[in-house]
Design a protein around this ligand. Sequence first.
Ligand code: ADP
Length: 319
Amino acid sequence: MIEVRDLSKRYGDKLAVDHLSFSVEPGRVTGFLGPNGAGKSTTMRLILGLDRPNSGTATIGGRPYRELSQPLRVVGALLEARAVHSGRSAFNHLLVLAQTQSLPRRRVDEVIDLIGLREVAGQRAGGFSLGMGQRLGIAAALLGDPKVLVLDEPVNGLDPEGIHWIRNLLKRLAGEGRTVFVSSHLMNEMAVTADHLIVIGRGQLIADCPTEEFIARSSEKSVRVKGPDRDRLEQLITAEGGRVTADEDGALTVADLEAPRIGELAAGAGLVLHELTPQLASLEEAFMELTRASVEYGAQAHDTAATDAMPVPLEAGPR
Ligand code: ADP
């Protein structure tokens, strides 16, 4: 279990992590979600004792990382993708890491098989693609058979097969009772990977709830309605409390009124409908909406809620 209490981290006048509190429970995959610049990496670095907070605490199994006597056997971590500048083979890269932790050579073999690196184990790690490098990083994180995993954007740079593989691995590790804490800036990715979500924006907590609940809450409903007498349709819907926007193709998009009620109103008034379609906002759109005020806009934006500015596209990779 990871516990973060009132954690803050300031870089100059920038509050990267802003009084954040949450717990990461064992036995499930917890997604750490937020747009680029939200403070995910900083929070993970604080949990791993790589940086000191300005206030608050982060503990793993009740103790700060720095106080763990054999930290790599307790926590495995993958931080933001970095090329491995190693002339060593993948096997030897892992062997050196294992030796520094007094882990047997046998464990390197186990992890190589677990991560599916057997075929490339003899190749120079420095020549690996980003995707292979990610796998090697995950292999390194698992060497000490840790109960807690902290992975920063692990699917970054992976092809669809690699993403699928990681997703299954994370679920399996959580199924074994481990604490799995994994960050991403991609809502759709987390929706299918995580059981529980911690969502942050501008260093602050936005949501801490089961993924299903977050999806239900975020999926804003609207209805598309089309008919020959658009003006009367609009009057009827507005009079009943619906919010209407006119689409370019002559249809209306209605919020705050459900499709059956719109159908009844039209029938009651004898109006013909050509279309009546309930719509769900895409999860990615809903997420952008939710985090809009808290997205990192660059230099000008660190302390004003610039709700009118466009968020950074979520598809963009981490800096
Ligand atoms: P995320 O991982 O969610 O993309 P980060 O934790 O990397 O976000 O960054 C949060 C904010 O803190 C950003 O504005 C980033 O520029 C800033 N930041 C992160 N690390 C440093 C640092 N070492 N020095 C100065 N600013 C930093």
